[in-house]
Design a protein around this ligand. Sequence first.
Ligand code: SF4
Length: 190
Amino acid sequence: MKLVLMSCCAPCSAGAIKQLATGEIPEVEDFIVLFFNPNIFPVAEYDKRLSEQIKYCEKLGVKYAIGEYNHSLWLDAVRGLEQELERGKRCSKCFQFRFDYAKKWALEHGFDAVTSVFGVSKHKDQSQVDCAGEKALGIKYIPIKWDEALRQKIGHESNFYRQNYCGCEFSIRKKITTPTEKTSNPIPIR
Ligand code: SF4
């Protein structure tokens, strides 16, 4: 099987890429990492995550492709769901928007199936991701349970840039401040 692995960032995808690159998933003969994340805001954050992703793929000699970054189009897709909490309806829409693109891309580039690492963070719900992957129109979605211990191990050994929010502007949480505190930086939530 020729597989497209959708990735949101290097820390989430490191273990999965390693597993695929070392042939740990026997059904997969060939794969590519697809970075399609128009949900990420602002663009400086997108650039940081993309650059870390490229560095890791190049280190392992793995193929990668970069999808179009059009944040306005993504905002249109989730309009009306801005106030939803993480794991809510906005996230379902966001996953499906990205899977729709990936399945179309995969078909156009001769791949057989699509999977992702969107559910690996402890803040995510894997069944919500799988549901969106299956709902998206086009070729097959393959749910894969990645090796979390391996992902953690690579994370500890690497000095990846680590974000403290999922990606979109609606997932940036403001710190609750006391009257004596002056800052309102986002708190680490990943
Ligand atoms: S919180 Fe994350 S998954 Fe949910 S809509 Fe925002 S970027 Fe997408």
